[in-house]
Design a protein around this ligand. Structure first.
Ligand SMILES: Cc1cc2nc3c(=O)[nH]c(=O)nc-3n(C[C@H](O)[C@H](O)[C@H](O)COP(=O)(O)O)c2cc1C
Length: 202
C-alpha cells in the first residue's frame, strides 16, 4: 500500500494561482481522487477556472513523481462529470530513477525578487527543449535581447492594466496575508514579507 499521506504531502507543495491551493483529495484504497475546490476560485483573474485546473495539474504531477519515487506507477484518468482526477497506483518492480525531480518538489519556490540578470545555463535550456510536449503545443525560447525587451514592455503594460482594475486588486488583496497570525490561520495565499506561509501539513 503506498504511503498516501506522504504522496498528498508532496502534491500540495505544488504551485497554484495566488496560492489558493484549490484542491481536495479523497483516498480509496490504492486510488487518489483530486477534486477542484470551487470555494477557492478566482472569479476575476481566472473566470474560466483555467488556472485553477493548471494548479490541479501541478498537484497531480507532484503526486505522480512522488508515487514513482516510492515504486508505484500512476494511471491517471479524468471525469468530465465532477471534474475529478483519478490516480490509480500500481506497484512496480523498483523505484523510478527520478530523485532530482522528487527532491526538487520540496525546495522549489516561486520568487518575486529582483532578477539578478544571470542567464539560464545552456544545459538547462537544452533540457527544457527536450521536454515532451503535447500534440499542438510548442515551446518558444526568446533569447534575442531586443525581443526580450519587447516582451518586458508588454508584460509591464499588462501589469498596469491589472493594477488599475479595482476588482482585480480587491481579489488579489483578499488573497494576501498581512501578518503572521493571519498567515498561520489560513495557511494559503500570498504572504507579505517577511513571514512565510507555513506549509498546510506541517
Ligand atoms: C496557474 C498559476 C498561475 C500563477 N500566476 C502567477 C502570476 O501571475 N504572478 C505570480 O507572481 N505568480 C504566479 N503564480 C505562482 C504562485 O503565486 C505560487 O505558485 C504560489 O504563491 C505558491 O508559491 P510557491 O510556488 O513558492 O509554492 C502562478 C502559479 C500557477 C500554478
Amino acid at each position: 500500500m503506498p504511503d498516501m499521506t506522504g504522496l498528498i504531502h508532496h502534491a500540495v507543495m505544488a504551485p497554484s494561482g495566488h496560492n489558493t491551493q484549490p484542491w481536495r483529495f479523497r483516498v480509496k484504497e490504492n486510488r487518489v481522487l483530486i477534486f477542484p475546490d470551487f470555494l477557492r476560485r478566482l472569479p476575476v483573474v481566472d473566470p474560466l477556472d483555467r488556472e485553477l485546473y493548471i494548479s490541479l495539474g501541478c498537484a497531480l504531477e507532484n503526486l505522480v513523481i512522488a508515487a514513482g519515487h516510492e515504486g508505484y506507477r500512476a494511471l491517471v484518468g479524468y471525469s468530465f462529470e465532477d471534474g475529478a482526477i483519478s490516480v490509480n497506483l500500481e506497484p512496480v518492480d523498483g523505484k523510478a530513477n527520478n530523485d532530482w525531480l522528487f527532491n526538487a518538489i520540496s525546495i522549489k519556490q516561486s520568487t518575486r525578487r529582483r532578477y539578478d540578470g544571470r542567464s539560464i545555463p545552456e544545459a538547462d535550456m537544452e533540457r527544457l527543449a527536450l521536454l515532451p510536449l503535447e500534440k499542438g503545443v510548442s515551446a518558444v525560447f526568446v533569447t534575442d535581447s531586443e525581443k526580450v525587451e519587447g516582451i518586458i514592455e508588454l508584460v509591464k503594460e499588462g501589469n498596469s492594466i491589472q493594477m488599475n482594475d479595482r476588482d482585480f486588486m480587491q481579489e488579489l488583496i483578499s488573497w494576501i496575508r498581512f501578518n503572521e497570525a493571519e498567515a498561520n490561520r489560513y495557511r494559503t495565499a500570498l504572504a507579505q514579507r517577511p513571514w512565510e506561509i507555513p506549509h498546510p501539513l506541517v
